[in-house]
Design a protein around this ligand. Sequence first.
Ligand SMILES: [Zn+2]
Length: 281
Amino acid sequence: MDINKTQIEAVFSKYTESDRMPHAVLIEGSTSDARRYATQYLSRIAVCSCSTRPCDTCKNCTKALLGGHSDIYTAKTAGKTNSINIESIRDLIKDASIKPNEADTKVFILHDVDTSMSEIVQNAFLKVLEEPPQRTLFILTAKSSSRMLSTILSRVQVISLKNDDTVSEETQELAKNIVEGILSLSEVKLLYATNKLSTRPLFKEVLGVVSEYLRLALNISVGAKSDNEYAVAIAKKLTKSKIIGLIEITSKAIIRADRNVNMNLLCTWLCGEYRRISWLR
Ligand SMILES: [Zn+2]
């Protein structure tokens, strides 16, 4: 199943525009693909040299996207169980004390820590979390953080990714209304649908689903098959370039929602942008 990139990116939007990046983040939940995507996205935020991060075009982002950035380091695993051993943690601690090569921040990624790190290894790793070297970011991933030592958990920011199938009926209904509003010629319908997104979390969640429909529609427009009726309806009515425009506006809106803007104004703006793009000749 496709991962919902917009929904994942939205989770990290609080880190993209300011220096509020913590020293350590633990990404838990959803699928292993989703956690990997989240890890890569967060790494790019950390190394990007632009003011809106990640720009995905600067030298640092490009290298990160190609998987060859010298400041992004993944902890080695060994054996059948893919465990991270003490030596690997010692190497990592040594490396963390050295300044980044080309980016402002050095990134250390440790995958599946709930199964790959024994208690002894977690304790060894704890030392570096207690006094993290400057300009470092540790990204840990886990199916669930519940198996980690509380001493580790108290020193990391836990980010829980949503499972796509946990989207509530209310969210699905609101997302459906927005798609219908976009496809309808009645301005009132769309305005009514967008104005229902009154709170920030709801706004982001619903737009995450809308974005997923749009991405599926984009796939359909280039020949893929999908049985999602909303995606099919979008692909039938809108051109590929319009769908791309709608995806971009949706991402922008999710980022804006985190900037303390007035939600009524944001909903009205979004409605206007959706209309502008979908009704464009
Ligand atoms: Zn960049």
